[in-house]
Design a protein around this ligand. Structure first.
Ligand code: SIN
Length: 279
C-alpha cells in the first residue's frame, strides 16, 4: 500500500495521510511523512492501528522523543508517552471538569527549551465533539500590519507554568518539577530553525507578561496579538477519528481542545519531540 497525502486546508494546515501502516512502514515512508509535515505543519495520519511501540516509531520519524516532565501525565509503560484522558467528564490530569488544554496554547513554552513537535494518537475518541483546533502562526505573523511587526520585532515575553493570565486549570506539580522550570523569557517572534520562516510565538496560557513593558500596555498588546492569531482564516479544526495520529509543529502553531458532550471517554497518547531554544 502506498502513502497518499491531501493538500492542507485553507489555513495551510490539516493535510491528511492515508495508506501508512505504523507496524510495517514502507522504506520511503519516513521521507514522505517529513515532506508532508513541511508542507502542512499540522498533519493527520489517518487509520493507524498503533501500539505504544509503533506510535513511538512514528514519532522518531520527526525527531527525538523526550521524556514527559510531568509525572501525572506519564503513561508508565513507555517513558516517552504521556496520556491525555477524560473519564466520566473529568480530566485525569487536573481532576477537573474543564477541558484539559481547552484554551489556545503551544506546548511547553514555559520551559527554557520547549518541545518542537507534538504527536497525539487517538486511542479512544468521542463520536461527536472533542475536536482539536490549530492556528497557523506563520500566516498570522505574515498578515500583521507592518507597524505591528516592527513594534514586536525585538520584544520578548515571560512564560511561566501558572501564569497571571492563564485561563486553563493545570496539573499540580511536584516540588522537583517546579524547581526544574523557573520562569523563562522567549521572543514574541521566533524564526523556525529549519525553514527560516518567522512565526508569532505567543502562548495565552503561559505568558505572564511582556518583558520590559508596563503590565497594562503588555496585556493590551497580548490581547491584540491573540485576537489576531486566532481569527478563523488562520484556524483548522481537526475532527478526530479513532486511529488518527495528529502531528503539529509547536514552533509555528497554537492549538486548543474542544469539550464534548456527555461522559464518553476520550484517551489520547502523546509524544513530545525535543526542540531548541527559541530565537
Ligand atoms: C493538548 O495538547 O493541549 C490537548 C489537545 C487535545 O486534547 O485535543
Amino acid at each position: 500500500m502506498s502513502i497518499e497525502v491531501t493538500e492542507p486546508g485553507p489555513a495551510g494546515l490539516g493535510a491528511v495521510v492515508t495508506g501508512f501502516d505504523p507496524d510495517a512502514p514502507a522504506p520511503e515512508a519516513g521521507d514522505a511523512l517529513r515532506a508532508a509535515f513541511r508542507a502542512s505543519p499540522m498533519l493527520c495520519i489517518r487509520g493507524c492501528a498503533a501500539t505504544p511501540e509503533s506510535f513511538l516509531r512514528v514519532a522518531r520519524v520527526f525527531g527525538t522523543p523526550q521524556r514527559e516532565l510531568m509525572g501525572v501525565l506519564r503513561d508508565g509503560a513507555v517513558a516517552e508517552i504521556s496520556v491525555i484522558e477524560r473519564k466520566q467528564g473529568i480530566s485525569t490530569a487536573t481532576g477537573k471538569s474543564a477541558t484539559f488544554g481547552g484554551h489556545w496554547h503551544t506546548d511547553d513554552s514555559y520551559m527554557a527549551v520547549p518541545c518542537a513537535i507534538t504527536l497525539l494518537y487517538g486511542e479512544v475518541v468521542p463520536p461527536k465533539g472533542g475536536d482539536t483546533s490549530f492556528t497557523n502562526m506563520h500566516a498570522a505573523y505574515e498578515a500583521l500590519p507592518a507597524g505591528t511587526r516592527a513594534r514586536i520585532a525585538d520584544l520578548s515575553a515571560v512564560h511561566t507554568y501558572q501564569s497571571r493570565r492563564n485561563l486553563s486549570p493545570v496539573p499540580e506539580r511536584s516540588a522537583e518539577e517546579e524547581a526544574r522550570t523557573p520562569p523563562v523569557t522567549h521572543p514574541l517572534v521566533r524564526t523556525h530553525p529549519e525553514t527560516g520562516r518567522k512565526a508569532l510565538y505567543i502562548n495565552p496560557n503561559r505568558i505572564d507578561r511582556v518583558a520590559d513593558m508596563p503590565l497594562a500596555e503588555g496585556d493590551a498588546l497580548l490581547d491584540e496579538l491573540i485576537a489576531h492569531a486566532t481569527q478563523p482564516a488562520f484556524v483548522h479544526v481537526h475532527a478526530w477519528e479513532p486511529g488518527d495520529i495528529v502531528i503539529w509543529d509547536n514552533r509555528c502553531t497554537m492549538h486548543r481542545a474542544s469539550p464534548h458532550e456527555g461522559d464518553h471517554p476520550r484517551r489520547l497518547l502523546r509524544i513530545l519531540i525535543e526542540g531548541t531554544v527559541p530565537v
